[in-house]
Design a protein around this ligand. Structure first.
Ligand SMILES: Nc1nc2c(ncn2[C@@H]2O[C@H](COP(=O)(O)OP(=O)(O)OP(=O)(O)O)[C@@H](O)[C@H]2O)c(=O)[nH]1
Ligand SMILES: [Mg+2]
Length: 165
């Protein structure tokens, strides 16, 4: 029987959540696209091994969808917080983590410091210092980072679900 593990993607609009799901679930050689805000939620599935799949649930980041977030977070084994890496965006992400700390209590959190290709980006270590959660740098539009993204999910879940080595 296949076990589905729920992982929620959280973060402001335009942070790169949909792009990260595309990176992890498509084989597309090119990921750059016009911005289409996610209305409510979107999802994708990745296969970890023959008995485990991960449901990636993106919570639309525009503020008028925020009221849905607590419901989407429920039952998640892990929450991946995606942020742009400029200082203003990182501070906004810190506020979001603070705002939802009750819902996030007891849930494993990993941050993705996305858009590392853009000038003015903070280094992942500095983003980690500000957010206070383990942080991985990312360029979600770069298909070469597929493995980095995949490892982020698999390693994040490793101590919670049985993942084949
Ligand atoms: N330069 C650059 N652009 C990126 C990167 N990741 C995503 N983008 C672009 O940023 C824009 C927003 O990305 P989305 O993935 O749609 O953002 P989102 O977090 O899903 O936004 P909402 O659905 O509104 O919450 C798109 O135009 C992407 O192509 C990146 O690493 N570098
Ligand atoms: Mg989206």
């Amino acid at each position: 029987m296949t076990e589905y593990v729920k992982v929620a993607l959280m973060g402001s609009g335009y942070a790169g959540k949909s792009t990260l799901i595309k990176l992890l679930t498509d084989r597309a050689p090119k990921l750059e696209a016009n911005y289409q805000p996610t209305a409510g939620m979107s999802c994708g599935t990745i296969t970890i091994d023959s008995s485990t799949k991960v449901s990636l649930i993106e919570m639309g980041g525009q503020s008028h969808f925020e009221f849905l977030w607590p419901d989407f977070m429920r039952g998640s084994k892990m929450v991946v917080v995606v942020t742009e890496s400029n200082p203003k965006a990182v501070l906004k992400t810190r506020q979001l983590l603070e705002k939802y700390k009750n819902q996030l209590n007891g849930v494993k959190i990993i941050a993705v410091a996305n858009k590392q290709d853009l000038p003015g980006s903070m280094r992942p270590e500095s983003v980690q210092d500000l957010l206070g959660v383990p942080t991985v740098g990312m360029v979600a539009i770069d298909p070469k980072q597929r493995l980095t993204g995949y490892k982020l999910i698999v390693n994040g879940l490793r101590d919670m679900v049985q993942v084949a080595a």
